[in-house]
Write a protein that binds this ligand. Structure first.
Ligand code: P6P
Length: 337
């Protein structure tokens, strides 16, 4: 094995050296997230053996049944991040309001928003799931606890975004605005090792990912786009392959590597789609656009949207730039085939 292994910790420190004013707070915060990811990975991979399968009798703020592993992942993220002195507050998809830093711990200059276990309804079927995180600098007074204002920043203000996909191996993929880098957890010595430097998404999709059972409930322009990608035309490499896991982190991770477009449109059943702006759409948008792709709500950049509430949902079209631009043309009615 080559001596110059690039671990996630080393990569983050190298990133820190690019910013002379860096204090090391961000590096410490990322190391805390890295610890949480390792712990969630262990429990996710052992779910069948530990008492963490199945549902609790709780319903979360999203109105979804709370899986035991949801609770574990949420608690692991909060306890890993609440004492390091790097955050002024945090917010979780699993909790209604913002999460304050306990009084006994120092307040930091960052905010972390996360979906602790996305796709968790798939856990009992051993389908890949993921953790998504998004980091901003606080915008309120430095010496006071963070507020909801610190959490409702537009996605283009993110200083870091990342996800962990717990699949055949555990991978952490992140960006700080200097490209997208993937690290695979080596369980033999418990380190995330650089395995996918400078990930770039293919400009054109080979795959489309959408839950087609919602077809009848979509706007006709969206229906026209799905009809387009399914039509046979060798010159334009159609039909695209349909791949949908129902676990966004896994679907977008695959599309990031192979080229693809992921769609969760608005529908007559869900006026703003299903996915959450600050916990899912914004971090994935930062990553995919840093990899050369595009993320849109169908009418404009996801990361330009100013959030109005923590659990705000947003239609999401994300992936290979050529295809996201095309679906926007369909949605504007500029093309029908
Ligand atoms: P549907 C999982 O619950 C999730 O939030 C995403 O991970 C996934 O892409 C989506 O919902 C699946 O939703 O309606 O297709 O089952």
């Amino acid at each position: 094995m080559s001596a110059n292994i690039m671990t996630l910790t080393r990569h983050i420190i190298d990133e820190q050296y690019k910013y002379p004013e860096a204090t090391g707070e961000f590096t410490n915060l990322m190391n805390d997230i890295c610890f949480a990811a390792k712990r969630i990975s262990y429990h996710t991979n052992k779910a069948g053996l530990l008492d963490v399968l199945g549902e609790t009798d709780l319903i979360n703020v999203q109105g979804e049944k709370v899986q035991k592993l949801d609770v574990f992942a949420h608690d692991t993220m909060v306890k890993a991040l609440d004492h390091g002195g790097n955050l002024c507050c945090m917010a979780s998809e699993e909790e209604e309001g913002i999460i304050s830093i306990p009084e006994q711990y120092p307040i930091g200059k960052y905010v972390c928003l996360f979906d602790p276990l996305d796709g968790s309804s798939n856990i009992d079927a051993n389908v890949s799931v993921g953790t998504i995180f998004s980091i901003y600098k606080r915008i309120t007074d430095d010496d006071k606890p963070g507020t909801i204002e610190d959490c409702l920043q537009p996605g283009h203000q993110q200083v870091c975004a990342g996800y962990v996909v717990y699949g055949s191996s555990t991978m952490l993929v992140y960006t700080t605005g200097n490209g997208v880098h993937g690290f695979t957890l080596d369980p033999s010595f418990g380190e995330f090792v650089l395995s996918h430097p400078n990930i770039k998404i293919p400009d054109r999709a080979n795959i489309y990912s959408v839950n087609e059972s919602n077809f009848d409930y979509w706007d006709n322009n969206v229906k026209n786009y799905i009809r387009y990608v399914k039509a046979t035309d060798e010159k334009t490499n159609r039909p695209l392959n349909s791949r949908y896991i129902g676990s966004m982190v896994s679907d977008i991770h695959r599309n990031l590597l192979y080229g693809g477009i992921f769609l969760y449109p608005a529908s007559s059943k869900a006026q703003n789609g299903k996915l959450r702006l600050i916990y899912e759409a914004n971090p994935m948008a930062f990553i995919v656009e840093q990899a050369g792709g595009r993320a849109s709500n169908g009418h404009g950049d996801i990361m330009q949207i100013v959030p109005k509430e923590l659990h705000q949902r947003v239609p999401l079209f994300i992936g290979s730039k050529y295809d996201v631009v095309m679906v926007e043309e369909f949605i504007r009615g500029e093309r029908e085939s």
